[in-house]
Ligand binder design. Structure first.
Ligand SMILES: Cc1ncc(C[n+]2csc(CCOP(=O)(O)OP(=O)(O)O)c2C)c(N)n1
Length: 333
């Protein structure tokens, strides 16, 4: 097997490492007060996001959640504008106005994330409808959580996608918790994927710590969607390693005895072991780890060196007429 720069296996490993290291850096600087607002990290769930996005084309759409730094990175987004966005800088991917929970990166088909849990369902259905009406063979993939799985908007999106046979893939990332609530205390039925029967679409459960398994499942759903056969619901069984949000209190997530098993099934370590078994050199993987570390350091330096947006820019890119800015704005900053 080739192990050159373009080897897709190395790209999967690289993207998972990018997410893990980006999140670690973001968590560290949030503690220093450099990132305003809440920060929901994706560590532990990298195989889910990367497996999904590796099965997509660059021009396919993807819709995230409130926990969505990892999703655009998985889709291939550049780190500099993402990090700058977290710091609220003008060079951020949304010019500093989106922040951690409202970022989008159209350059990689990431239509955005919002803090409204479940809101991505209709957005993905709409994007899939747009692709269908334009005669494009693009698909739209919607990430949502186990908590979001009981939100009306998710059902509305899946229902419409099924009724109109839209090219959509709905991926429930079941990370065992919705804030502090274990999934089995809040979600009826054993598996979210079983709900697919209600829409007459395929429902698939996949090991969310196994990047190859996730990619295979999503490829099948993508093929089906591109062939005009409609949506699929996929549930990735995964786990979040951090707090619900950084510094929100570790005690908020009641870890059970299975916690250690999930830590032992770290998705990056599992994939690293698989690559080494298939004769990829540890030195090749170590070099990727080091290069990613440099990339993340560079992204943070870029973000720190960037300016904040000006006060008057607050009213750019909105649909209503701008309000007058009081004369003393900025005086007390
Ligand atoms: C409509 C709505 N309800 C409640 C909340 C508060 N809230 C924010 S994150 C969250 C938990 C979501 O859990 P899940 O969908 O499983 O995603 P996870 O945080 O586990 O990634 C809740 C209830 C919200 N932001 N939006």
């Amino acid at each position: 097997m080739p192990t050159g720069e373009n080897d897709p296996r190395l790209e999967k490993y690289r993207r998972m490492q990018r997410i893990r290291q980006f999140e670690a850096k973001a968590e560290a600087i949030h503690a220093q007060g450099e990132i305003p607002g809440a920060l929901h990290t994706y560590a532990g769930m990298e195989a889910s996001g990367v497996g999904c996005c590796m099965a997509l084309r660059d021009d396919d759409y993807m819709v995230g959640t409130h926990r969505s730094h990892g999703h655009p990175i998985a889709k291939g987004a550049a780190l500099r504008p993402l990090m700058a966005e977290l710091l609220g800088k003008k060079t951020g991917i949304c010019q500093g106005k989106g922040g951690s929970m409202h970022l989008s990166d159209f350059s990689v088909g990431s239509l955005g994330e919002t803090s409204i849990v479940g809101s991505g369902g209709p957005v993905a259905a709409g994007a899939a409808l747009g692709a269908k009406l334009q005669g494009l063979d693009r698909v739209a993939l919607c990430f949502f959580g186990d908590g979001a799985s009981s939100e009306g908007a998710i059902h509305e999106g899946m229902n419409l996608a099924a009724v109109w046979s839209l090219p959509a893939i709905f991926v429930c990332e079941n990370n065992r918790f919705g804030m502090s609530t274990p999934t089995d205390k809040a979600v009826a039925g054993k598996n979210v994927a079983d709900r697919a029967h209600g829409y007459g679409i395929p429902g698939v459960i996949v090991d969310g710590q196994d990047v190859d398994a996730v990619e295979d499942a999503v490829r099948e759903a993508v093929d089906r969607a591109r062939a005009g056969k409609g949506p699929t619901l996929i549930e990735t069984k995964t786990y979040r390693y951090g707090d619900h949000a950084v510094n929100m209190g570790r005690e908020l997530t009641p870890r059970g005895p299975e916690h250690e098993d999930w830590v032992a099934r770290d998705p990056i370590m599992l994939y690293r072991a698989r690559l080494i078994d298939s004769r990829v050199g540890a030195d090749v993987l170590d070099a990727i780890d080091a290069a990613v570390s440099d990339e993340v350091t560079d992204a943070l330096q870029f973000a720190r060196d960037s300016a904040y947006p000006a006060f008057e820019e607050a009213f750019d890119h909105v649909f209503v007429d701008r309000l007058p800015i009081p004369e003393d704005v900025g005086k007390y900053a």
